[in-house]
Design a protein around this ligand. Sequence first.
Ligand SMILES: Nc1nc2c(ncn2[C@@H]2O[C@H](COP(=O)(O)OP(=O)(O)OP(=O)(O)O)[C@@H](O)[C@H]2O)c(=O)[nH]1
Ligand SMILES: [Mg+2]
Length: 322
Amino acid sequence: MEYLKEDNDRARKILFTGLDTAGKTSIILTLKKEFSKIAVISPTQGAQRRIFDFLDIEISEWDLGGQESYRISYLRNPNMYFDNTEIAIFVIDIQNEERIPEAISYLKDVIDQFYKLKIQPPINIFFHKYDPDFPDDIKENWEELISKLKQEINNETQYDKLSFYITSIYNLPSIMFTVSEILLNLYPKAQLIKKTISEFCNKINCSSMLILDQNGLIIGSYFKEKESKELIKQIIPYFIKFDNKIQKDNNLGGDIKDQLIFQRSKYYFLFRRILLENAPSPWYLILLKKGYYFFKEQVFEPLINMLKPIIYRQILSKPYAF
Ligand SMILES: Nc1nc2c(ncn2[C@@H]2O[C@H](COP(=O)(O)OP(=O)(O)OP(=O)(O)O)[C@@H](O)[C@H]2O)c(=O)[nH]1
Ligand SMILES: [Mg+2]
């Protein structure tokens, strides 16, 4: 659940920064599935903050409006804007090649502020606006540009903790997978969840599986091979739309047993809501399996029992019950 409140010590700070119009706020709105707001977006005024839960962590998300006057004021007051950053996301618009030198120069300024503050958070560079519908020759140009930029950024910054991602708001999984992966680095039990899911998948012989939280962020995944990973990525946006629809329609939705199974080529997809006690919104499980399989309630019991002690929500001081 998302809510606004004053900063507190517990929240872990994730900072979105980059030039104006790079796409930071659009990425955040995509994460929140507030797609209609992207069409009428305006430049972010100063720093916008929100707090949301990810597993048992409170995330304090900072969206630093990138217009020049704001950038100058952030650099003048690093304590106010850059301090306590645990993860930085630096967004670069790859469709605006002209402004890339300016973006790299600002990235260097940001890194300088981190050094001044004696912090060294991981910086995740998003090569953004890599839109899926562009023709192949343009995408080839982007690929070349991106590999050149990776080298340039590594050489010019000499920063140890850089990671690079390719994203577009028109490729929802690119945003969901990337941000989830980055946030999972904050969660010590992430490996345990991964192991639990993978053991379960091996046992029931499924090809891939995802568990999504109430915000659609991926808290655990398993992929046996590349093909099923691609298929599951393509399917996520449809499932999320489907769930929005059933949640709105009281006659259809709300039941813990809500699930949807359909077939595409040799795969069966299962989409299932997991209702958590005390949680206003459900989690989701998406599973892909070759051949027909009847997903009985009991099949999931071992998985849920394995996950229960792992996913313990300290903020409410109550365990999540499935
Ligand atoms: N083609 C394309 N356009 C995008 C993408 N992401 C964002 N945009 C567009 O880029 C423009 C700027 O997006 P914003 O999200 O406002 O950019 P910002 O980085 O928040 O800008 P400031 O708030 O001024 O710092 C908008 O018109 C978005 O629709 C993308 O992945 N592909
Ligand atoms: Mg913005």
